[in-house]
Design a protein around this ligand. Structure first.
Ligand code: ATP
Length: 576
């Protein structure tokens, strides 16, 4: 059963969730958090505590870096248009039902498919299984997510649970060659254009050199050959250059052939300079390469899949486990320095609680209900297991913040999480109410609404903690004492726990002998004449609003006539 929350308690719960959520690095992990909503059952809370106690210590901070690299690996069923499967009449229906590629019983239908697979010896031999017919559907997602696999390996090293990703990565290495070719194929035009540019540069260099050499002694020779009409010699001279250019072209084509793994003949030999590549040749080369690569990739994928197939189930588990690790890591970071509360039957108590949303808060200890043993604090002897407490004290003393802290600790305890305190005792409850002070809302409407919510909180059975911030702000003090007095009596009779912030402590104390009155007080002024507030409430002591400190502050801050008047008032406080 869930712990019931009124809207303002729920808002604090949401703020806590947000604090944990913003520490998650994977979007998929927040689903885990949803499993940890606050519950009332002691056993369930204990079960969760045990889970965290067992798992949080295993979480290492370096995990974050690797978790953030993990992406879900999705194996999708797809219909592959690049292959046909030739089967026997009797297998036709089964093969079609696989719905992985075109299926036929006749080899004639294989025309135009780069990949022809067959169970009856008409192509590459296969069995009627998805891993035989379309191994790429398993292998490609793995190849594309190598970074995720790498991260899983590192995570496994950190958690001490070895990942199967290591073996998978090892097996995937066999695909590197074919993948490199695929990469080249993607950039085929640029590759060829680059070669073409390089080639033309080399040729033009050669031609330049040629004209230079001709300008020397050879020029004279050339002229004399010309005079003698010896054309053969002249052509052979030019032929040398032509041969040189053809060598360069062959060399470039050989380089390409080696890179691409097929024999390439691309450059036209008609006009030797500048060398060009007819676009239709590039297209033909691309088609040929594509076809070859399809077959090669298919065969390699099948081979690799044969090796890693038994590891895939475990890989899926590891990938799912990553979200849990992320969740645990976020909780650990959030709950740094927190403690698991002891579950008991005496209400709520904690030592050195730290407000979640105040930076460097002064730790505060508090008890509503039974006082735990070794709850040793100054003034604590005045605590007598009171389930109803009136919290009084200086303006901006931290009363609202204390109610928030009680709410935070109660909520976290019911989520099974550790709480921001040195020690804590929490009774599993059925309902938690937090009523904030409604600032500047006056009038019968607001008053009626607030009254109705309180009464709703008081009706019904169960274990409840009710936190109320300054109810009197929306009605007159006289009426407030009567109303609060009666409502708190009802709460007391029903065994509910209540903390109510009020400036009417004196009057309420008279009205409610069973209630404890605590006070937060200012201790003095600091060097900037700001109030020094001790956030730790004094148990059983009415909190004075310490007006003399305000007077002292003004007396020291003001000048001239004003100062004289303040000093006179201050003297009145000090009794001279
Ligand atoms: N334990 C604490 N440590 C440090 N700062 C605190 C602590 N508790 C409260 N404060 C700060 O003191 C200021 C006043 O707190 P809060 O509003 O809770 O006081 P309050 O007593 O409810 O005031 P008011 O009488 O105006 O309702 C806030 O800025 C809050 O951040």
């Amino acid at each position: 059963m869930t712990l019931k929350l009124n809207p303002e308690a729920k808002a604090i719960y949401r703020a806590i969730l947000e604090e944990i959520k913003r520490r998650l690095v994977l979007p998929g992990s927040s689903a885990f958090l949803d499993e940890f909503g606050p519950v009332s059952e002691r056993d369930e809370i204990l079960r969760r505590q045990a889970y965290f106690k067992e798992n949080l210590p295993k979480i290492r901070p370096e995990l974050r870096k690797y978790l953030s690299k993990v992406r879900p690996i999705k194996f999708r069923r797809d219909f592959l248009h690049d292959r046909v499967l030739i089967v026997d009449e009797g297998e036709l229906e089964k093969a079609e039902n696989l719905n992985l590629c075109a299926v036929s019983t006749s080899l004639e239908d294989a025309e135009g498919y780069p990949l022809v697979l067959s169970t009856v010896g008409y192509g590459i031999d296969v069995e009627l299984t998805p891993s035989d017919i379309a191994p790429e559907l398993y292998i490609m997602p793995l190849w594309e997510n190598k970074e995720t696999l790498q991260a899983l390996v590192s995570i496994g090293e950190l958690t001490g649970e070895k990942s199967v990703a290591k073996e998978i990565l090892e097996a995937l290495k066999e695909l590197e060659e074919v993948m490199e070719k695929r990469r080249l194929l993607d950039g085929l035009e640029e590759l060829i254009a680059g070669k073409e540019r390089e080639l033309n540069e080399k040729i033009s260099e050669k031609l330049e050199k040629f004209s230079l050499t001709l300008s020397g002694k050879e020029l004279l020779e050339f002229l004399s050959e010309l005079k003698a009409g010896n054309y053969e010699a002249i052509f052979s001279h030019f032929g040398e250059v032509e041969g040189g250019i053809l060598d360069l072209i062959n060399e470039a084509e050989e380089e390409l052939s080696e890179k691409l793994g097929v024999t390439v003949e691309l450059f036209s030999r008609e006009d030797l300079y500048p060398v060009t590549v007819p676009p239709e040749r590039v297209e033909m080369l691309r088609e040929e390469l594509e076809k070859e690569l399809k077959v090669e990739l298919y065969l390699k994928s099948r081979e690799v899949l044969g090796k890693i197939r038994p590891l895939l189930a475990r890989l899926k588990e590891e990938l799912a486990g990553v979200y849990e690790l992320d969740f645990l890591r976020a909780v650990k970071e959030f709950a740094e320095g927190f403690t698991f509360p002891e579950l008991w039957n005496g209400g709520i108590a904690f030592i050195n609680g730290r407000h979640l949303f105040i930076e460097n808060p002064q730790p505060v200890s508090y008890v509503v209900g039974r006082k735990p043993e070794n709850f040793d604090l100054p003034g604590v002897e005045k605590v007598k297991d009171e389930p109803v407490v009136i919290l009084t004290g200086a303006n901006s003393g931290g009363k609202t913040s204390l109610l928030e802290l009680i709410t935070q600790i109660t909520l976290l305890a019911h989520m099974g999480l550790p709480v921001p305190a040195e020690k804590a005792w929490v009774e599993p409850l059925n309902e938690l109410f937090f009523f904030r002070r409604k600032r500047s809302v006056y009038g019968a409407g607001a008053f009626e609404t607030a009254l109705r919510s309180f009464v709703r909180a008081l009706k019904g059975e169960g274990r409840k903690l009710i936190l109320i911030d300054e109810f009197e702000a929306i009605t007159e003090p006289g009426a407030a004492v009567k109303i609060i007095g009666e409502l708190l009596k009802v709460a007391y009779e029903r065994g509910f726990y209540v903390v109510i912030v009020s400036h009417l402590g004196e009057d309420l104390r008279r009205e409610l002998p069973f209630a404890r009155v605590d006070g937060i007080e200012a201790k003095g002024l600091d060097e900037n004449l700001d109030l020094i507030v001790d956030r730790q409430p004094k148990f059983g002591t009415l909190g004075r609003s310490t007006p003399e400190l305000i007077v002292e502050r003004l007396a020291k801050k003001k000048r001239g006539r004003e100062r004289e008047i303040f000093e006179r008032v201050w003297r009145a406080f000090r009794g001279f």
